[in-house]
Design a protein. Structure first.
Lengths: 549, 192
C-alpha cells in the first residue's frame, strides 16, 4: 500500500489539489499548502520510490523561490497595466470614442455594431481592461442599440465580445502572464499577437456585415433624427487617403534610415500630420472639414497617442514592456489631469484596486511555485508528459487536446489560475514536441480570451449583465417602454462570437506563420490604416527583456 | 471570547493601516519606471539601483498587502461548487482552511524566511548586479509578508469561530471578485 502510494504520488498529489481547490478555499493558499503537505509526505516516502528526489534541505530553497517571483521584472507589468486601465476608464475616453464613432457609422446598417467593435479594438490596443470596455460600451451603446431596434442577443454579444478583444490585442495581461510562464519575451508575444488580434476584429466586422445582409432588421441604421453630428463623412475619407499617402511617403523615407519600426514611425508622422491639419482647419476656419470629420479626428488622438506611448515604444525597442506599461500609466494620469478628473479619491481607489489584484495574482504564483517544488521533485512533470505524449496524432493531437482542456477549464475558472497551474505543466511537453512556444502562447491566449465569453462563468457576460437593464424601462428619447435584457439573451448573443473565436483559433493553429514573427509576412504600408496604426508585425521583435525561470 | 475578539480587532486595524498605505508604492513604482525609461533613452542615464527599486517597491506592495487582501476576502477562490453550499458550510471550510492550510504555510514560511533575512542583513549581502541594492530588504519583505499573514490568519480564525457560534455578525464582505455581477464596480480591475 505504502509502496503503491509512493509510486503514484504525482497523480495522487494532483488529484488532491483538485479536491482542495474545489473546496472553495483561496487558490493561492490551497496550492501552497498542498505543496508543503506533499513535500513532507514525499520525503517520508522517498525510500519507496525512485521518482522522489526530495530531501529536507530543499525546503530552504522556498524563500529563494519567492524572492525570484519578486525579482521578476515581467510581472511588474501587471500592476502598471492594471493601474493604467483603471485611470483610463475614469478619463471618459471610451465614452468620447463611442459617441463619435457611433455617429460616424450610425447611418449605415449595422453601423453601431461596427462602432462597438472598432472602439473595442482601439481600447484593447491602448490598455485593455475587459471590464471597463464592456461596461462603457454597455452603458453608452446598448441603450442606443435597443432604442433603434437592434436584435438583443446580437447587441449584447457584440459588446461583450468586443470587450474581450483586450485579452488578445497587445498590451494584454494574459500575454504577459503567458510569456512569463512559457519563458518567452513579452515583446515576441506582443508582436505575434498583433495579426491574429486584428484578424479576429476583422472577423467580428465581417460577421456584422453578414448579418446586415441576411437579417437587416436585426441591425438597423440610425434614423436621420438621431444623427447629432452634422456633415458628411467624405472629407474624412479624403483626409484618410491623404494620411495614407503621407504615411507611405514617410515609410519610404524612414525605411533606409532606421533599423526597425519604419512602419511605426511612418504611421506616427501620418497621424500627427492629419491631426495638425484638423487643428488648423478648426482654428483658421478653412471649412474644409465637416463637424463630424473634425470630431472624429480629434477624438481619435488620445487613444492613438497612448498606443504609441505603450506599443510604439515597446515595438521600437525604446522601452521594455514593463516600462511601456509605466509610460502608459503616466500618460493616462496626465490625460486624467488634463481633463480635470484626477482627484485624491480616484487615485487612491485606483491604487487600491491595483494593489488588491497584484496581491492575489502574485500569491497564486507564489502558491504555484511552492506546489511545483514538490510536484517536480516527485517527477510529476514526467507523469504529465507521459499523459500527453501518449495521445494519438503527435503535435496536432497535443494541440487539440490542450485547447479542448483549456477551453473547458476556462468555462469554470479564471485565466490566472489556468496560466499559473496548468500552463507550467504543459509548456515542457510542448517544448519537447518542438512546438514554437510563442505560437503556443498566442493560441492559448486566444483560447483563454474565449473563457471570458463562455456561459455560465464568463466575466464579460457578468459585466454585461451588470450594466444591461434587467426590467422594462422607459426610453428617454422616444418615451417608449422597452423590455429588459434577459440573461438568456446575453448567453445566446455570446454563442456566435464564441464560434468566431474558435474559428480564429483553428486558423492560427493551421497557419502558424500568422503569429510567428520571424517567418511573418512583410508588412505592406498600405495596410496600415489610420485607426490602428500597427497593421502588421514589425520586421523584427524588440530586444528581449531579461528572461526568467 | 471578548478578549479574543479585541485581539482580532487589533490585528485587523494594523492590517488595514498597512493595506491602506502600501498602495502608494504602486504609484512610486510607476513613476520611477517611466522616468527611468526616459532617462535611459535620452540621457543615457540609468542604474541597476533604479531597476531594482521598482521590483522592490512592487514586492512590498504584494507581500505586505496580502494580509489586507485576506481580510477583505479578496483572494481568488474556485467557487464552482462552494457557491451552492450554505453559508455555514462555507464558514467551516474557511475555518478548516485557515487552520490546516494557511497556518502551516505561514508558520513554515516565516520560519524559513527569518534566518535568510537575518543572515543577509548581518553579512551586508549586495545584489549581483553592478550598482545594485542591498538584498536584505527583499528578504525582509518575504519574512514580514508571511508574518503579517500569520497574524491575520489568527484574526480570521477568531472571527470565523465567533460567527459560527453566533457571537458576531459576519464582518467579512462577500468575495470582492467572485462570480458575482454586483462586484464589478470594485472588482472591475480584475479582468484585464
Amino acid at each position: 500500500m505504502i509502496a503503491f502510494i509512493a509510486q503514484n504520488l504525482a497523480p495522487i498529489m494532483f488529484g488532491s489539489l483538485i479536491l482542495f481547490l474545489l473546496l472553495g478555499y483561496p487558490v493561492a493558499f490551497s496550492l501552497a499548502a498542498n505543496g508543503l503537505f506533499f513535500f513532507v509526505l514525499a520525503v517520508e516516502l522517498s525510500p519507496y520510490s525512485n521518482d522522489i528526489s526530495l530531501a529536507w534541505p530543499l525546503l530552504e530553497t522556498l524563500s529563494g523561490r519567492i524572492l525570484d517571483v519578486m525579482r521578476n521584472e515581467t510581472l511588474l507589468a501587471i500592476p502598471f497595466f492594471t493601474f493604467m486601465g483603471i485611470i483610463l476608464e475614469k478619463t471618459g475616453m471610451a465614452e468620447d470614442l463611442l459617441d463619435t464613432i457611433g455617429q460616424l457609422f450610425g447611418p449605415i446598417r449595422g453601423g453601431l455594431a461596427y462602432a462597438v467593435i472598432l472602439v473595442g479594438a482601439l481600447l484593447a490596443a491602448t490598455t485593455g481592461v475587459v471590464a471597463a470596455s464592456v461596461m462603457a460600451m454597455g452603458l453608452i451603446s446598448l441603450p442606443i442599440m435597443l432604442r433603434y431596434g437592434y436584435d438583443r442577443p446580437l447587441a449584447t454579444g457584440v459588446i461583450a465580445a468586443s470587450g474581450t478583444l483586450a485579452q488578445i490585442i497587445p498590451p494584454s495581461l494574459v500575454l504577459i502572464v503567458l510569456a512569463d510562464q512559457l519563458g518567452r519575451s513579452v515583446g515576441d508575444m506582443y508582436s505575434g499577437a498583433v495579426l491574429p488580434g486584428l484578424m479576429l476584429t476583422g472577423l467580428y466586422l465581417l460577421f456584422v456585415l453578414f448579418m446586415s445582409v441576411v437579417a437587416p432588421a436585426k441591425v438597423p441604421a440610425l434614423p436621420v433624427a438621431a444623427r447629432t453630428l452634422r456633415g458628411s463623412a467624405w472629407p474624412l475619407l479624403a483626409l484618410a487617403l491623404a494620411g495614407l499617402a503621407i504615411g507611405y511617403g514617410a515609410y519610404q523615407f524612414f525605411l533606409p534610415r532606421v533599423e526597425t519600426g519604419a512602419d511605426i514611425w511612418a504611421a506616427t508622422v501620418a497621424v500627427v500630420a492629419v491631426y495638425l491639419y484638423a487643428l488648423a482647419d478648426q482654428h483658421y476656419g478653412f471649412n474644409s472639414l465637416s463637424d463630424l470629420a473634425q470630431r472624429v479626428v480629434i477624438v481619435l488622438v488620445p487613444p492613438l497617442a497612448l498606443i504609441f506611448l505603450v506599443l510604439g515604444t515597446i515595438f521600437l525597442g525604446i522601452a521594455t514592456p514593463t516600462e511601456g506599461g509605466a509610460m502608459g500609466a503616466t500618460g493616462a494620469l496626465l490625460m486624467a489631469l488634463g481633463k480635470r478628473r484626477l482627484n485624491y479619491t480616484l487615485l487612491s481607489d485606483a491604487l487600491e484596486a491595483t494593489t488588491r489584484l497584484s496581491s492575489f495574482v502574485l500569491f497564486i504564483l507564489i502558491g504555484s511555485r511552492i506546489f511545483s517544488l514538490t510536484f517536480y521533485g516527485i517527477n510529476g512533470h514526467i507523469w504529465v508528459e507521459h499523459l500527453f505524449l501518449g495521445l494519438p496524432g503527435g503535435t496536432m493531437g497535443f494541440m487539440i487536446a490542450v485547447n479542448v482542456l483549456v477551453f473547458i477549464l476556462g468555462c469554470f475558472i479564471d485565466f490566472f489560475e489556468i496560466a499559473f497551474i496548468v500552463i507550467p505543466l504543459l509548456a515542457p511537453v510542448a517544448e519537447k514536441l518542438g512546438i514554437d512556444l510563442v505560437w503556443f502562447g498566442i493560441i492559448l491566449g486566444m483560447n483563454l480570451q474565449t473563457s471570458f465569453l463562455t456561459p455560465p462563468f464568463g466575466f464579460a457576460l457578468f459585466y454585461m449583465r451588470s450594466v444591461a437593464p434587467d426590467r422594462p424601462y422607459t426610453d428617454k428619447v422616444t418615451g417608449k417602454v422597452l423590455a429588459g435584457i434577459k440573461t438568456t439573451d446575453i448567453y445566446r448573443g455570446a454563442v456566435a462570437f464564441i464560434l468566431l473565436q474558435i474559428i480564429m483559433i483553428i486558423v492560427v493553429v493551421a497557419f502558424p506563420h500568422l503569429s510567428i514573427t520571424a517567418a511573418g509576412p512583410k508588412v505592406d504600408p498600405n495596410s496600415i490604416d489610420i485607426q490602428i496604426p500597427f497593421g502588421g508585425a514589425p520586421d523584427a521583435g524588440p530586444p528581449a527583456p531579461p528572461s526568467f525561470n | 471570547m471578548q478578549a479574543l475578539l479585541r485581539l482580532s480587532r487589533f490585528i485587523d486595524g494594523t492590517t488595514r493601516f498597512i493595506g491602506h498605505h502600501v498602495r502608494w508604492l504602486v504609484l512610486a513604482a510607476v513613476l520611477i519606471s517611466a522616468i527611468n525609461a526616459v532617462m535611459r533613452k535620452f540621457f543615457d542615464l540609468s542604474s541597476n539601483a533604479w531597476l531594482e527599486l521598482q521590483w522592490l517597491l512592487f514586492g512590498a506592495v504584494f507581500m505586505l498587502a496580502a494580509s489586507f487582501t485576506l481580510q477583505r476576502n479578496a483572494h481568488i477562490r474556485i467557487d464552482v461548487l462552494s457557491s451552492r453550499w450554505s453559508k455555514r458550510t462555507r464558514d467551516w471550510v474557511d475555518l478548516f482552511g485557515h487552520l490546516f492550510m494557511l497556518a502551516p504555510l505561514t508558520l513554515v514560511m516565516t520560519w524559513l524566511a527569518a534566518p535568510a533575512f537575518l543572515e543577509s542583513f548581518r553579512s551586508g549581502e549586495r545584489s549581483v548586479n553592478s550598482g545594485g541594492l542591498a538584498v536584505w530588504p527583499a528578504k525582509f519583505l518575504v519574512f514580514a509578508g508571511f508574518l503579517l499573514l500569520f497574524f491575520q490568519m489568527i484574526s480570521e480564525v477568531i472571527k470565523r469561530i465567533a460567527v459560527l457560534r453566533g457571537a458576531i455578525a459576519d464582518p467579512e464582505p462577500e468575495p470582492v471578485h467572485g462570480h458575482n455581477p454586483e462586484d464589478v464596480t470594485t472588482g472591475g480591475a480584475h479582468a484585464e
